[in-house]
Design a protein around this ligand. Structure first.
Ligand code: ADP
Ligand code: MG
Length: 638
């Protein structure tokens, strides 16, 4: 991992922390969501505007009705219905338009949000396929899953609820404010005083609740991670009878989750009632001051001119003002109640952006693998030459390590000064105790990880100069832990080479001796494999993995304990197939059973990341060293 991506990671908020740079993240999220949907965004803003304006306009008409009703001096008469009738129709129409606008902007926002989240998930997954293995080494699966679930979900809330609400609230605030300035500055001051109190209380409470929301999130992550681990480890739990222990631990985590959730919500729920009551107090104050304004005529001359110009009396004005004051508080309250959600969503968004921004695994060098382009008509490495043309180097499968030093982390070196070579067609074996570094060596050939120093060459080319995809295409690998995907047996074999025909897959399975058990499966090659091959035995899974390597036609094969779970009889049976598989290929084989490696051209004995012995089976036996001990059983592997 280079410096840049490391810097990136330091800046990312860990789960349970707020966003490091909330404003920047918000801006990026807004641009991300809305810049692709300019037209829809414009319509949404228009509808939000409509919705806010209609609310204000409605109060105007209420004021008008009140004035109309308070005008006739002869008491209530049937004519009055006729007088207020148009205003009632108008109010109904206005509210109808308002509700329609609410509906419209919500629909548009839903559409924008879903599109945005879909695009985000697409980008995240595409990025995940390009990340170096190091990225996954340093994270739990639960953490990565949370990006797709929790974080995307809080973002959905932000986009579909909070943001439209923020826009609508801001517009309503401005509109009501202007309206109040026109009507009565004195009353506006009363409203503002209460509003300031509301903001202070909100700030205090929201700060507390945001903190608990974030701890709530850590607790949730912890619980999810635990459930995931326990699901995967069910067998081990049962074997060691740890069910009770597992439950106790779960209970603790669950209690933490409950506690943090309770606190977070407690604070959030206090806000509503407190602010509501302040709102009522404000209502009373406005009414009181309003009456005083009328009684003492303290308000500006402008007001009376304005009121009479509109045909409104001062009483209607006060009623309208009361309604407006409630509308003034409402958006502030709504936004304040969403504060915690905003804090969480921005932290999640930042984590997602950080993942999307992590530098991808570099693609490797310029050398590519071609078929039939040069005169030999076979596979060849195509290397850009100095004169602008290309040089073709036949693909042979010659691999050399020269003084290779490697560690997964900067702190600990795993492989020390490894030098070795495998000529085309040779079979090289690695033996040694668990943790000696056998798998690590093979991880370096396909550039899962990059070496600290030294060189690894492939047909004389530094593997760093080869395009990674092509390098890996040329290597057939049976990994130590077999992984099967959901799909049919046939599809899983074809994973080795996507254009392999059914016949080629079946032939490969026959060579690997997998055909026998496959034909006994309920639906043969069409049997569905579930949950990483849970319906197969470990050995059967390995046979499939070997078949997979057999369909790939790679000049270099890496077999990491490929037959460790296969019984010796079956192993004998597939020996011929294996020999056929290895024929003419360079093979790196790691095996437990020394009987499977004795016919290798060279055997390397590894210990603590160093090659301590090397030679053919006979030579090593003669040396009477570690290999001799291993072979004669004087020293047990593992
Ligand atoms: N992804 C990893 N991150 C850090 N250390 C690792 C990783 N994989 C293996 N190691 C360490 O490297 C050493 C060699 O492991 P490995 O090559 O898998 O051994 P083996 O010879 O059994 O295949 C071990 O000490 C192991 O702890
Ligand atoms: Mg291993």
């Amino acid at each position: 991992m280079n410096k840049n991506s490391r810097r990136n990671e330091k800046n990312a908020p860990t789960r349970g922390k707020g966003a490091k740079n909330p404003l920047k993240t918000l801006k990026r999220l807004l641009v991300y969501a809305f810049s692709r949907n300019k037209l829809a965004t414009a319509f949404m803003v228009i509808f939000v505007l409509f919705s806010s304006v209609t609310k204000i306009t409605a109060t105007q008409f209420v004021a008008k009705i009140i004035n109309e009703l308070s005008m006739p001096v002869n008491g209530i008469s049937p004519d009055m219905v006729g007088i207020v009738y148009p205003s009632i129709i108008a109010i109904s129409a206005i509210y109808l338009i308002g509700s329609a606008s609410d509906f419209a902007y919500n629909i548009i926002m839903m559409y924008i949000a879903n599109g945005t989240l879909k695009k985000m998930r697409d980008e995240m997954f595409a990025k995940m396929q390009k990340l170096p293995l190091k990225y996954f080494d340093s994270r739990t699966h639960g953490d990565l899953m949370s990006l797709y679930t929790n974080d995307v979900d809080t973002m959905r809330q932000l986009l579909t609820q909070t943001i439209p609400q923020l826009i609508s609230s801001a517009l309503t605030l401005v509109a009501v404010f202007v309206y109040m300035v026109i009507y009565s500055v004195t009353l506006l001051l009363v409203v503002l005083a209460v509003l300031i109190a509301i903001i202070f209380i909100t700030k205090f409470v929201a700060g507390k609740s945001a903190k608990y929301y974030l701890t709530h999130q850590i607790a949730l992550g912890g619980l999810n991670g635990y459930v995931e681990e326990m699901t995967e480890g069910q067998k081990v739990i049962k074997v060691f009878c740890h069910e009770e222990k597992a439950r106790e631990r779960f209970k603790i985590l669950n209690d933490e989750l409950n506690e943090s959730g309770r606190k977070a919500h407690k604070y959030a729920f206090i806000l509503g009632p407190v602010n509501n009551n302040l709102g009522y107090i404000q209502y009373v104050l406005v009414a009181l001051v309003g009456v005083m304004v009328i009684a003492f005529g303290g308000e500006s001359a402008l007001l009376s001119v304005y009121c009479s110009a509109l045909g409104n009396g001062v009483v209607g004005m006060i009623i309208a003002f009361l309604m407006a004051s409630r509308q003034f508080n409402m958006p502030v309250q709504q936004v304040s109640q969403q504060l915690s959600a905003i804090v969480m969503a921005l932290a999640g968004a930042e984590r997602i952006f950080q993942m999307v921004d992590t530098l991808p695994e570099d693609g490797g060098g310029e050398v590519t693998l071609t078929f039939g382009e040069n005169e030999s008509g076979k596979w060849a490495w195509k290397k850009p030459a100095a004169d602008g043309g290309y040089e073709y180097i036949p693909l042979k499968g010659d691999i050399r390590f020269d003084d290779v030093v490697f560690g997964y982390t900067d702190e600990k070196v795993i492989l020390n000064n490894i030098s070795l070579y495998a000529k085309p067609g040779q079979k090289i074996a690695f033996v040694g105790s668990t943790g000696a570094g056998k798998t690590t060596i093979t991880n370096l050939i396909n550039r899962f990880y990059d070496i600290n120093s030294g060189t690894i060459t492939y047909d004389g080319l530094d593997i760093k100069s080869i395009k990674k995809d092509d390098l890996r295409k040329s290597l057939g690998v049976v990994l130590q832990d077999t992984h099967l995907f959901t799909g049919t047996v046939m599809e899983n074999i074809r994973y080795g080479r996507l254009d392999a025909t059914d016949e080629e897959c079946i032939n490969a399975a026959k060579l690997a001796n997998a055909d026998f058990f496959i034909s006994h499966l309920p639906e043969g090659y069409e049997t569905k494999i579930k949950g990483d091959g849970a319906n197969l035995s470990q050995g059967q899974r390995q046979l499939l993995a070997i078949s997979r390597a057999m369909v790939s036609e790679c000049p270099v094969l890496i077999l990491d304990e490929a037959t460790s779970s296969i019984d010796t009889r079956t192993e004998k049976l597939i020996e011929k197939g294996m020999d056929k598989l290895m024929e003419g290929r360079t093979v790196f084989v790691i095996a437990h059973r020394l009987s499977t490696v004795r016919n290798s051209h060279a055997i390397m004995v590894l210990e603590h990341g160093e090659i301590i012995e090397r030679g053919s089976h006979e030579q090593l036996l003669e040396q009477k060293g570690k290999y001799y001990q291993l072979y004669t059983g004087a020293f047990e592997l593992d």
